[in-house]
Ligand binder design. Structure first.
Ligand code: GLC
Length: 593
């Protein structure tokens, strides 16, 4: 694949080649010692983020929320949850980021609000048939007394997608019942979100991540609801699907683009849209959001073919939409990739089920080979960071964290775990949302450890700062999700001083990428011909890019057992030792010629 040369204007289109770091605020850093991460915690660690070498941070929701879905149930889109700080704290954080040249992206959740949002409260109070109720999707039930839900749709989190209210009507919630879906045919809904986009843009926010961007437009009118009795998770990309990826959704984003363009430089947005690769590009077009997440890396198993397809699709989608691609190995919704790559690899379609199954059994069913997972995670980083486009890093992956698969059931927060019975339950996404370890020494005495996860522990691996004047022991509530003992090996203060750590590796890779690749503004890409790659080219991912100083950059990743000969040129860095000048299995290397 030879791409047309697209030069990126770095000042205006900084996001087209950015390295974006995802902060999950409740688990990043707790500045006030209540066990919950907060906005001041992000400000406190701005030096850490700068030193990592990222271009932007994206904050998952920090708005007032009942935490029915980790903050994705928003009560007020234009405020900060009091447990996480204030708007003044937010402004300080933006100022601290901007002072270091770091941009700020916030999460917008437009498909649903919290059931505590003022719109939903008004909808309940005003009753059936009212304009207030029409801001959501209320319908009468079926059965003699309307006691059955309008149809059999299931929520993404399990159970019915309909919930009945006191006066007998039912409302739609594709996610948790505390997350009623908005009716995007109502003008108030449009105004609410345009006001929100301007509110944050005026406060200096540089961009937005749009949650479940493919679900806003729904067609529940063309056919009777009970004829639409299908699993709403199916049929993505199919225009006859009433719920997902409908063509009218793009009218909403064209309207938003006009708001983004009121600012200079224009704000950008990235869509979270789990749609087919052919449809992703519509969301990314320049008259809509600008960029879309390509989740194919996050879905790929450790097979060269899976990644080759993911790269091809990502680049072609970017070219068709006139944008750049995005690369994502992990986020707050998927098990950590150092763990995924350390489990036995089976073909993609069953792998998802397989990982879920493993998580379900507290990570005990299959052996997690952490050494192998780490080795592959390092190789994956070189594969990802050499590509043209933007890279989204999820907090903690730079520490090489693994999934915490054995959080006790009664400590889980994810609605996926709460909404399914233990027998067929999935444990959900908390295993990648455990508060980060900042300091290995902030632990209890070894005797205080208990197999049930640090019961009675007073430390938090430096996640929670003690309140001024308090001793460590009195200082803080326990972190909202329990941290396992092995987090000590991954603490920032341990890794920062170790040149062989994952953190040091990330810092070096990001620095090289910025100077060697991003600085050129040139996003062209070509595959290395198979004949240069030894006897098993299908086991290899190898591509070239133009590099600074008129040089050529080559990235080679070897998935197969046969070593791959190194190309001509200087070895810039490798994820592991080369053997006799060749790239061994599960290793990646960067070259410059
Ligand atoms: C998105 C978020 C996920 C959330 C869901 C519902 O997929 O990434 O965390 O649960 O939307 O808002």
């Amino acid at each position: 694949m030879e791409q047309e040369v697209i030069m990126v204007d770095q000042a205006r289109d900084w996001w087209k080649q950015a390295v974006v770091y995802q902060v999950y605020p409740r688990s990043f850093r707790d500045a006030d010692g209540d066990g919950l991460g907060d906005i001041r915690g992000v400000t406190t660690e701005m030096d850490y983020l700068e030193c990592l070498g990222i271009d932007a941070i994206w904050l998952s929701p920090f708005y007032p929320s009942e935490l029915a879905d980790g903050g994705y149930d928003v009560i007020d889109y234009r405020d900060v949850d009091p447990r996480l700080g204030t708007l003044a704290d937010f402004d300080d954080m933006v100022a601290a980021a901007h002072a270091r040249g770091i941009k700020v992206i916030v999460d917008i959740v437009p498909n649903h609000t919290s059931n505590r949002h003022r719109f939903f409260q008004a909808a309940l109070a005003a009753g059936p048939g009212s304009p207030e109720r029409d801001r959501y999707i209320f319908r009468p039930g079926r059965g003699e007394h309307g006691e059955l839900p309008p149809n059999g749709w299931k929520s993404v989190f399990g159970g019915s997608a309909w919930e009945r209210v006191e006066d007998g009507e039912w409302y739609l919630h594709l996610f948790a019942k505390e997350q009623p879906d908005l009716n995007w045919k109502h003008p108030d809904v449009h105004e609410e979100f345009k006001t929100t986009l301007r509110f944050w843009s005026d406060r200096g926010v540089d961009g937005f991540r749009i949650d479940v961007a493919h679900a806003l437009a729904k067609d529940l009118e063309s056919r009777p609801l009970d004829e639409l009795d299908q699993d709403p998770r199916q049929g993505e990309g199919n225009v006859s699907n009433p719920l997902w990826d409908r063509p009218e959704v793009h009218d909403i984003y064209r309207e938003w683009r006009r708001v983004f363009n009121e600012y200079e430089p224009p704000r950008f947005a990235v869509a979270e849209a789990w749609v087919t690769p052919e449809h992703q590009r519509f969301y990314a077009s320049p008259d809509e959001l600008g960029q879309v997440f390509n989740f194919e890396f996050a879905k790929a198993d450790w097979f060269a073919g899976d990644f080759r397809r993911a790269i091809e699709e990502g680049l072609s989608c970017a070219e068709l939409s006139g944008s750049t691609s995005t690369w994502v190995l992990s986020n707050h919704d998927v098990p950590r990739h150092a763990t995924r790559y350390g489990l036995p690899q089976v073909k993609a379609t069953v792998h998802h089920q397989f990982v879920t199954d493993w998580l379900l059994r507290d990570g005990r069913t299959y052996v997690e080979d952490r050494e192998l997972g780490t080795r592959r995670a390092r190789a994956a980083l070189l594969m990802e960071m050499g590509l043209p486009g933007s890279v989204y890093i999820y907090q903690g992956e730079e520490l090489g964290l693994f999934e915490v698969a054995d959080i006790p059931w009664d400590r889980l927060e994810d609605p996926q775990a709460r909404r399914t019975a233990h027998g067929d339950a999935i444990k959900g996404r908390d295993g990648c949302r455990v508060p980060l370890p900042w300091s290995a020494s902030d632990t209890p005495e070894p005797a205080a450890w208990n197999d049930a996860f640090g019961e009675g522990m007073t430390g938090s691996f430096g996640f929670s700062a003690p309140q001024a004047g308090m001793s460590r022991a009195d200082a803080s509530a326990a972190p909202h999700l329990p941290q396992p003992r092995w987090f000590a090996d991954h603490a920032v203060d341990v890794e920062a001083d170790d040149p062989a750590s994952m953190l040091s590796f990330y810092r070096r890779v990001l620095d090289l990428r910025a100077h060697l690749l991003t600085a050129t503004g040139d996003t062209s890409f070509s595959w290395v011909p198979g004949e240069e790659l030894g006897p098993t080219p299908d086991q290899v991912i190898a591509y070239r890019r133009p590099a600074a100083g008129g040089k050529t950059f080559t990235c080679i990743v070897n998935f197969g057992a046969q070593a791959v000969p190194a190309p001509e040129g200087e070895l810039l860095m490798a994820s592991d030792d080369l053997s006799f000048g060749c790239i061994p299995q599960d290793c990646a290397a960067w070259f410059l010629a």
